[in-house]
Design a protein around this ligand. Structure first.
Ligand SMILES: [Fe+2]
Length: 197
């Protein structure tokens, strides 16, 4: 059954993503100096461990093993989170970077679970849909909590003075160069009105 094998691949991706987050969330919690954010990240770490257990149950239902695929997407999202942790922003602006990083991880997972739930629904696998829905609900709630905790932090950050420009690191220079390449590659596809708006 073709869809079933696509679902298994997607689920293995999610399993890898959640395992990667077990290592990444403590770094966000440790890096944040905001007690509210710290506690959200720590609480979500505990939830993530529970999500891994649910995914294992999903694989047991399917009679498959959960490993077999590394999630490159989550690796990239976490890598961007590391960049936020390395930024020499201070105070609320530093926390603002962490909020952006954390929201990206949550929404990446939300997209993954929504896709898996649609597939499991089409395959009439109600037990699996139920387990995945529990994980999805936690991800949606975590994203909401991060967004809500972010409101006062971003207000403070907006009032902080601009930090003086520091010379770009090698990594930042490479990133800037790649972004220009992205723009140049897309340029022929963009109509002049899109390009200037
Ligand atoms: Fe998760």
């Amino acid at each position: 059954m073709a869809l079933k094998s696509v679902l298994i691949d997607e689920l293995r991706d999610m399993y890898s993503a959640e395992n990667q987050l077990v290592k990444a969330l403590p770094k966000l919690a440790k890096g944040s100096k905001n007690p509210k954010l710290k506690s959200i990240f720590t609480a979500h770490l505990a939830e993530t461990k529970g999500q891994i257990e649910r995914l294992k149950r999903v694989f047991t239902e399917l009679g498959e093993k959960p490993t077999g695929q590394h999630c490159n997407g989550m690796e990239g999202v976490i890598e961007e989170g590391k960049e936020a942790l390395e930024k020499d922003e201070e105070g609320s602006s530093f926390e603002a970077g962490l909020i952006g990083a954390a929201l990206r991880t949550e929404h990446y997972e939300i997209a993954g679970y929504e896709a898996c739930i649609s597939m499991a629904t089409a395959l009439a696998l109600p037990k699996i849909v139920k387990l995945l829905n529990s994980n999805l609900k936690e991800e949606l709630a975590a994203a909401k909590k991060i967004t809500a905790a972010g409101v006062p932090i971003l207000k403070l950050s907006a009032k902080e003075p601009e930090a003086p420009k520091t010379p770009k690191t090698g990594k930042e220079k490479y990133s800037a160069k790649k972004s220009e390449e992205d723009e140049a590659k897309a340029a022929p596809e963009l109509s002049p009105s899109t390009a200037t708006s």
